[in-house]
Ligand binder design. Structure first.
Ligand code: ATP
Ligand code: MG
Length: 261
């Protein structure tokens, strides 16, 4: 392990270094949405990004995920600054390394749950048999084995989101980025999806970065990164006791409302 990939004994998955993102506004001055944001994510960790609407959370997630690139700054994966990769290599890197889950599932309506989950693997030209077995295994892991042939319109909101999570994992990404993954779900279904994410994080050591307005979710995740006006203003780590307490409250109190804010 090199200095670029280890940090105090923890394995670094990625380092974003002084990322600035500006959007061109035609004749108006560019709009700065991220200001020199630096962020290190360690392998296997689970962190949330919280902050007011418009703070730049989704923009940060898109930049970290290379769906959109920062105007300035670096994103280092294993010592490679992926910002400078030629577009085809960047697309390959993204497809193999990063899974995305959004507030709205973006499943393809004309395909079954199984086909939707297989899709990224088919695009990456994995053999059909391999894509199918991975998809079946993941759909079983998210409790959807009984719904393989259902189309998205024949699934509940929580089931659709579970299929979207399975799809995000089919390429066995090292990093899962989620933008308000349960923003569209009721309290009970949100909690089920949260439990699923925690289980995948713990059992498969998938690194997770989750944007959320859901206080209950943030309370149950080891690290919370707070954004304000395009900057990271705090990164708080919870103790094991705090985490255990928050997770116990969420499972013991089925009628409590999920806090928003
Ligand atoms: N493509 C774009 N062009 C211009 N401005 C943009 C663009 N995308 C986002 N912005 C602006 O950047 C700011 C941050 O947007 P972003 O979507 O990152 O906020 P957010 O923290 O995710 O908010 P929310 O909690 O409401 O989802 C907003 O003021 C938004 O209007
Ligand atoms: Mg957003």
């Amino acid at each position: 392990m090199t200095a670029a990939t280890s940090d105090g004994g923890r394995e670094v998955l990625l380092r974003a270094v002084r990322m600035t993102k500006e959007f061109d506004r035609g004749s108006a001055p560019p709009l700065r949405v991220l200001s020199e944001v630096s962020l290190t994510l360690y392998r296997g960790e689970c962190a949330t990004i919280v902050g007011a609407s418009g703070a730049g959370k989704s923009t940060l997630l898109h930049c970290v995920g290379t769906l959109d690139l920062p105007t300035r700054g670096q994103i280092l994966f294993g010592g490679t600054n992926v910002v400078t990769l030629p577009p085809p290599e960047l697309a390959k890197f993204r497809n193999e390394t990063i899974g995305f889950v959004f507030q709205f599932h973006h499943l393809l309506p004309e395909f079954s749950a199984l086909e939707n989950v297989m899709m990224p693997a088919m695009i990456a030209r994995l053999p059909n048999k391999e894509a199918k077995s991975r998809a079946e295994e993941l759909l079983a892991a998210v409790g959807m084995s009984e719904r393989l042939t259902h189309r998205p319109g024949e699934l509940s909101g929580g089931e659709q989101q579970r299929v979207a999570i399975a799809r995000a994992l089919v390429m066995r990404p090292r990093l899962l980025l989620a933008d308000e993954p349960t923003g569209n779900l009721d309290t009970k279904t949100s909690r089920e999806v949260h439990q699923l994410l925690f289980r995948l994080n713990e059992e498969q050591r998938i690194t997770m970065l989750i944007v959320t307005h859901n206080r209950e979710l943030a309370s149950q995740v080891p690290r919370s990164i707070r954004m304000q006006d395009g900057r990271l203003i705090a990164s708080e780590e919870k103790s094991a006791e705090e985490l255990a307490r928050a997770r116990a409250i969420a499972t013991e109190d089925p009628d409590a409302e999920v806090g928003q804010g």
